[in-house]
Design a protein around this ligand. Structure first.
Ligand code: SF4
Length: 322
């Protein structure tokens, strides 16, 4: 694997709640190689979006980052002041946030919104150079230059999402974090948006973290997949390996719950509900739902262990080589 562009180590985020502390991200570590596409999947509330925000230090009270390290090209970000972090967002790491197409300013033309993002990072260009840059960014995401003069309500959902990607890449970031970039789009438009993201990522040579719960979509787009459960990473592996031979029982359950053309019939769900993050069961957080749980699982939390050449799994059975 090439040199990591992003290294996340023991990242922890909690939220104060009247009934107790909610540990939304609990000791997550992973690295991302330059140009790599990593998917982060798991059920709603497993902490994946919170982790994306924590990487950018965008957690707001009552949430807080309790500790851990985030390094971009070897530079530690946790010690940077707010102004340095503001400059790094978009220029170093860009976020395409969840529901981003609805975050476009409805009373501002698309071109002006891109211009604002550039101006916010002190990029002063002549009017002609600015117009050319905006047209170039729009064409990179497959939009006509005339879109610069349009308002968000004049665009379809897919076009709005592409405009958001254009804003995210306007300063050529080294890492793009896309949080559910295709939710609320139909499947055809989803594919078009993902193809746009893939093309843009390749052109920039940027690495991508794709956050989502659509395992089918992930499998088509990412190189490696990380599965989160109850605020922790439970398995990370190359996507082909994960889909054909998942090691963690939760990953297996997620994959068996996908619809398949070969095996028609009733869909297989995952029994039980995800636990409350402020009241996790002892031992392995998945044990109340795990068909393979045994005595040790109820008292001792498993830690991520390397299995094979490129995978890590947090399960006592994987440790035992089962
Ligand atoms: Fe299941 Fe035990 Fe593995 Fe947890 S550690 S996933 S309960 S077998």
């Amino acid at each position: 694997m090439s040199k990591p562009v992003l290294e996340v180590s023991d990242l922890r985020v909690s939220f104060a709640h009247p009934l107790g502390v909610v540990r939304a991200v609990d000791g997550v570590s992973f690295s991302l190689a330059s140009g790599e596409r990593l998917g982060l999947a798991g059920e709603s509330g497993c902490g994946k979006s919170t982790m994306a925000l924590a990487i950018l230090r965008m957690i707001r009270p009552p949430g807080r980052i309790d500790g851990g390290s985030v390094r971009l090209d070897g530079e530690e970000l946790s010690g940077l002041d707010e102004e340095a972090m503001r400059r790094l967002r978009l220029a170093g790491i860009a976020l395409v946030p969840q529901g981003s197409m609805n975050s476009l300013n409805p009373v501002m033309r698309i071109g002006q919104q891109i211009e604002d993002a550039l101006a916010d990072h002190d990029l002063s260009l002549s009017r002609a150079a600015l117009d050319a840059r905006i047209a170039d960014l729009l064409s990179t995401v497959g939009l006509r230059p005339t879109v610069a003069r349009m308002y968000p309500h004049e665009l379809s959902g897919g076009m709005k999402q592409r405009a958001c990607i254009a804003i995210a890449i306007c300063l050529r970031p080294r890492v793009i974090i896309a949080d559910e970039p295709t939710s609320a789009l139909d499947v055809v438009v989803q594919r078009q948006v993902m193809e746009t993201l893939a093309r843009v990522q390749k052109d920039l040579g940027a690495a991508v973290i794709l956050v989502g719960h659509d395992m089918g979509l992930m499998a088509q787009f990412v190189d490696r997949l990380g599965i989160m459960y109850a605020g922790r990473l439970v398995e990370v592996a190359p996507v082909g390996e994960m889909v054909t031979a998942p090691r963690h029982p939760y990953t297996r359950a997620l994959i068996s719950s996908l619809p398949s053309l070969e095996h028609r019939g009733g869909l297989q769900g995952i029994p039980g509900l995800a636990p409350l993050l402020r009241d996790l069961p002892p031992g392995c957080a998945f044990h109340p739902r795990c068909p393979l749980a045994f005595e040790r699982c109820r008292r001792e939390p498993p830690t991520l262990q390397a299995v094979g050449e490129n995978a890590v799994v947090a399960c006592h059975l994987a440790e035992a080589g089962a």
